[in-house]
Design a protein around this ligand. Structure first.
Ligand code: CA
Length: 234
């Protein structure tokens, strides 16, 4: 079964170009040209991934995302205008899984779509044939991350993270005690060339701190000035 992608984009030429590329890659594609129609289609379900322009007539992309997230965790990649940092930040905050800045190379968009779909549809099997999969811990065992079940608990309470937040936390935990640079985090967690977007790391660390450190009164993720981030046991 071909994976189904919903494209919500009001610039029809642009939408058509992206659609042709996606069809060529073997995806099924549905399009909507404004926020209201896009939200209605998104809520009808059945999509594996949604590409969502932010500047839309009717209902803004951000509002579409906010409403959609009440009922759906379908991966969403935002299409943002160049340098609209605030869009990116509030988009990620609202529950987008990724964003790409216009104008983008189609190859880059395809890479991000594949990454988004991979995480959604096929959680990677535990490497090295480990039985039962890995459970990573921090804060003296107060936080547990179950890789196979894709679950995080803090003090016994389940915590909801976006796919990207989860991946970042997982990588930090797998390297507990090591200081990880922003560049290495981008490379390992985002998995493709995010050159010049190192502030994405800071943005996501902020999200994790808000969902973990602040909410549960922990001191999990440490900033190592001039280098990057580290999780260590106190
Ligand atoms: Ca637009």
């Amino acid at each position: 079964m071909a994976e189904r992608i919903l494209l919500i984009e009001d610039e029809e030429k642009m939408a058509r170009m992206v659609e042709l590329e996606l069809l060529h890659e073997g995806y099924q594609v549905a399009k909507a040209y404004d926020g209201v129609a896009g939200l209605a289609q998104a809520e009808s379900g059945g999509f594996d991934l949604i590409l969502l322009d932010i500047m839309l007539p009717g209902l803004s992309g951000m509002e579409v995302l906010r409403r959609l997230r009440r009922t759906s965790d379908t991966p969403v990649i935002l299409l943002t205008a160049r340098d609209a940092v605030m869009d990116k930040v509030s988009g990620l905050d609202t529950g987008a899984d990724d964003y790409i800045t216009k104008p983008f190379a189609i190859e880059e968009l395809l890479a991000r779509i594949r990454a988004g779909l991979r995480k959604k549809t096929a959680p990677e099997p535990a490497k090295g044939g480990k039985e039962g999969g890995a459970v990573l811990t921090a804060a003296g065992g107060l936080l547990t991350l179950d890789v196979d079940r894709h679950e995080i608990k803090v003090k016994g309470e389940a915590v909801e993270l976006t796919l990207r937040e989860f991946s970042l936390l997982q990588y930090l935990l797998e390297n507990k005690g090591r200081v990880l640079s922003r560049d290495s985090l981008l490379e390992q967690v985002w998995g493709y060339d995010y050159a010049g977007e190192t502030n994405a790391v800071d943005v996501y660390v902020r999200f994790l701190r808000s969902k973990l450190d602040e909410r549960f009164d922990l001191k999990l993720i440490h900033t190592v000035r001039g280098i990057g981030y580290q999780i260590r046991e106190e």
